[in-house]
Design a protein around this ligand. Structure first.
Ligand SMILES: *Cc1c(COP(=O)(O)O)cnc(C)c1O
Length: 461
């Protein structure tokens, strides 16, 4: 299968090239040319399949043409070495818990899959080691480092700003050893990002070693997130003993990669009646849904900080998806409001807001997030993390009596222990997995923020 760029000027790429490059040459995001429907037989038996089986069928639809069946099966099984259970919070409201992986957040799924797919493609390049550079302000580094941990043929360098990440975050990528090197940069996150960018542009360095990024917009990190939406549906089918139900899916969103993968799932036939994108105070998408105008701006800091995004990168994917003729034909209605010409990468053929209620938004202040966490805990005993709280609240406010709602718990509340303890006045136990990281020995390479030192370090590897 080929992948085209949302900017429509770069040449189409193979899966391998799309994965190795991450971003297209025209700075657009890669999209699969075909989004395959899953057959009726799959839907008939989904209630009896395991998570790995469900995920393999979805993975096969995306990657089956480009990855051998046995290898894809193994990549899926290795990726999903943990469950993503659906947990009832109260009548008609369920949490899809995505925090049972190694770093207790949903990014584990995409990072683990990408690591294994990159490994699969690496030998085609002559077998030399692939070096992944990733700059992190905290959470991405841990998901990527753990996703790639122990994957043969790949070395990961995580660059993070000294003293600017929490101790819980830091230990998740500095204590691993093996093929993971943590680099503690004497600077801020932007310095780390600048070092990575300079490295990709440096000819001498690129001749010395094979460099790639593990950016969240990579198709190999993004598409596998669809797996757990199908698995959630399978679990709800079982819970409802085969009776039909109207499913509403609510996704706490920042860069909109997670919700975007579920929208792809819907195009493949996943029976979701409608979607809700829940935001914190960074409400660019919410405003777009209200007004049809997309006005990106710098993010503001909130207690749901993994969603502090002022210009969601996957917005381009959502626009592109709902402008595709095959998708519009498949859905039978237009989804998006008509954006202003000058804000749209290309004219929106979706037309009127026929399906406006198909995706709705929500935006919450820190006070509202805290209030929601307290209210949910007091009434149900369920401990929400600040991100999941946005999702829970949007469902609670928008769910109709004939609907069943699922919201994503994107991270374990203990990852935000200080915030959660303060808001709920509790002393949240730290899960064993996190404690194990905290017991590990920190190993990192201290470097100044100038490129020459970083380059000299990499040239010695
Ligand atoms: C990354 C992240 C999000 C946002 O997901 P997007 O795919 O960027 O929309 C939400 N919650 C948590 C805990 C995250 O780490």
């Amino acid at each position: 299968m080929y992948y085209y760029s949302t900017n429509h000027t770069a040449a189409r790429a193979t899966l391998r090239d799309a994965v190795v490059r991450g971003l297209a040459e025209d700075r657009g995001l890669y999209m699969p040319e075909v989004i395959k429907q899953l057959p009726a037989s799959f839907w008939d038996e989904i209630g009896e399949l395991s998570f790995q089986d469900v995920a393999y069928r979805v993975a096969d639809a995306f990657f089956g043409e480009d990855v051998e069946a046995d290898a894809l099966r193994k990549i899926v099984n290795d990726t999903l070495a943990f469950d993503c259970p659906v947990v009832k919070v109260e009548d008609n409201i369920y949490a899809l818990e995505l925090f049972h992986g190694p770093t207790l957040a949903f990014k584990d799924v995409g990072a683990r899959f990408m690591a294994r797919l990159l490994r699969y493609f690496a030998p085609a390049d002559g077998g030399s080691k692939v070096n992944v550079l990733v700059a992190t302000s905290g959470d991405t580094g841990s998901a990527v480092a753990n996703g790639f941990l122990g994957v043969e043929g790949i070395h990961v360098y995580v660059l993070y700003p000294k003293g600017k990440v929490s101790p819980i975050q830091e230990c998740q990528f500095t204590t691993l050893g093996q093929n993971i090197t943590a680099i503690e940069v004497d600077g801020v996150f932007d310095d780390c990002q600048a070092l990575v960018k300079s490295a990709f542009m440096d000819k001498e360095l690129n001749a010395h070693m094979r460099l790639t990024s593990a950016n969240s917009i990579n198709v190999a990190r993004f598409l596998p997130q669809a797996f757990y939406y199908f698995w959630a549906y399978a679990q709800l089918t079982k819970l409802n003993a085969g009776t039909a139900f109207n499913l509403v899916t609510c996704v706490p969103s920042g860069n909109f990669g997670n919700i975007c993968s579920s929208l792809f799932g819907h195009v493949m036939g996943l029976p979701v009646k409608r979607f809700i994108a829940a935001n914190n105070a960074n409400s660019v998408f919410y405003e777009y849904l209200q007004s049809g105008e997309y006005r990106p701006r710098p993010s503001v800091q909130t207690i749901a900080n993994a969603m502090d995004v002022g210009d969601p990168s996957n917005f381009a994917r959502i626009l592109d998806l709902y402008n595709r003729e095959d998708v519009l034909k498949q859905l039978g209605f237009a989804v998006l409001p008509q954006p202003q010409e000058h804000h749209s990468p290309r004219p929106n053929r979706g037309g009127v807001r026929g399906g406006a209620s198909f995706i709705s938004g929500a935006t919450y202040s820190d006070d509202q997030i805290a209030e929601t966490m307290r209210d949910c805990y007091a009434r149900t005993g369920y401990i929400l993390d600040p991100h999941g709280a946005c999702g829970y609240r949007a469902l609670k406010e928008q769910l109709q009596p004939d609907e069943i709602g699922i919201f994503l718990e994107t991270a374990h509340p203990a990852k935000f222990k200080d915030t959660v303890d303060r808001i709920l006045a509790i002393d949240l136990p730290i899960p064993e997995k996190l404690q194990a990281f905290m017991r590990g020995t920190k190993q990192s390479v201290p470097l100044p923020k100038d490129f020459s030192a970083f380059k000299a370090f990499l040239m010695r590897q």
